[in-house]
Design a protein around this ligand. Structure first.
Ligand code: FO1
Length: 361
């Protein structure tokens, strides 16, 4: 008796993504993995969790679990302490300890230790560690020096903060983004500084002539990272910096391949709106690597899965609706929706739109 194929449900065929080799997930998603930098990614995950809790995300189970793979190339050693800005921004934001105005560090913070360090004339004074924040770095540094890997340190810190996600560093290995800037006093005409000095002391106000991701090629994914991608029902790339946050995660050997081969659809949200970033320094970083500062250029930079890249879908802002066709021409499903994360509802709507790109209508 020949097996009569079930009639393809019309909604599966109704989705324009069908036929472009774009991954779909026809069932309820219970495992969602997000690749994230600091502030933008943290805000997006807040909205995603809000949408899951409210049941407003299509085809996402109310008990869906979220794993966040965080960038660690912003990390730095300062005053003898290991500081992990993106991990901490995610942990504090999702654990409700973040200072909402700054978008980093603790709210109700005091700066006595910072002031005392300045009075001793100890540099760098341009990077401030708040008194409460220092406790996090003391715990982390002690655990690292006792031999615990960063992923276990992060799990231990999250026992206190309960971020509501499984927070994992992209790697347990040390990696740092350094930036080459012009310096007439140098024979080479350039000087290389840590990313944090470029961003915090120089406010990204000078051109980044080149980026150096120190140690990135020698890193291995932290335990659970590749599984979180391979076993996901859905992978989301939030509007984090495409070069020094998402780009560095993709640069960890094995991660890009895991994204290319996972059965889960991979959907991204443009960090570029109207040809510039919403916040941060994506404009400067994209320019440093020769990528045009447009929503389409970033999608092409990540690449369509069908072309050896990682994306199945890409959200652009409604003000960039004229770019939808060019993203689709690159083999990536695309929609133009409001991308300003003004509150959790707005962000949850973005997450719903991203999911809508890669699931049956
Ligand atoms: N950003 C600043 O602009 N000034 C600071 O003094 C500063 C200190 C700081 C300390 C801990 C931390 O986790 C983050 C901190 N940041 C500061 C923000 C940091 O540069 C950003 O979170 C990211 O690294 C950029 O994406």
């Amino acid at each position: 008796m020949p097996v009569v194929p079930a009639k393809s449900s019309p909604d599966l065929l109704g989705n324009p993504a069908i036929g472009q080799g774009i991954r779909m997930f026809p069932h309820q998603a219970t495992r969602i993995t997000v690749l994230s930098g600091g502030m933008g990614g943290a805000k997006f995950v807040q909205g995603l969790l809000h949408g899951i809790d409210r049941g407003t995300l299509p085809a996402v189970a109310p008990d869906a679990e979220v794993t966040v793979i965080a960038n660690t190339a912003d990390d730095l050693w300062i005053h003898g302490l290991k500081v992990c800005p993106d991990l901490d921004t995610l942990m504090y934001t999702l654990g409700d300890g973040i200072d909402p105005e700054r978008g980093w560090g603790r709210r109700e913070e005091t700066w006595s230790a910072k002031t005392e360090l300045e009075r001793y004339g100890v540099e760098p004074t341009w990077f401030g560690l708040g008194d409460r924040d220092i406790a996090t770095h003391l715990v982390r540094t002690q655990m690292l020096e006792s031999g615990y890997p960063l992923s276990e340190v992060t799990t231990a810190l999250c026992r206190r903060w309960q971020p509501g996600v499984h927070l994992v560093p992209m790697s347990d290995d040390r990696v740092e983004t350094h930036v080459a800037i012009a310096d007439a006093d140098q024979a080479s005409g350039k000087r290389v500084i840590h990313f944090q000095e470029y961003w915090v002391r120089l406010r990204a106000e000078v051109p980044a002539e080149a980026l150096v991701f120190v140690g990135l090629d020698q890193t291995t994914p932290a335990p659970g990272v590749l599984e979180a991608i391979a076993d996901a029902d859905l992978v989301i790339v939030p509007p984090s910096n495409p070069v020094v946050s998402v780009g560095t995660i993709l640069g960890v050997p094995g991660i890009r391949e895991a994204l290319r081969t996972t059965a889960a659809p991979v959907v991204g949200v443009s960090p570029i709106v109207g040809d510039t970033h919403v916040r941060g320094m994506a404009h400067q970083m994209l320019t440093a690597i020769g990528v045009e500062v447009t929503a389409t250029a970033v999608a092409r930079h990540y690449g369509a899965r069908s072309g050896g890249g990682v994306l199945d879908g890409w959200l652009v802002d409604e003000s960039d609706a004229h770019q939808v066709a060019s993203v689709e021409a690159a083999g990536i499903a695309c929609a133009a929706v409001p991308l300003m994360m003004i509150d959790h509802e707005a962000t949850a709507s973005m997450a719903a739109a991203a999911i809508g790109l890669v699931r049956p209508l």
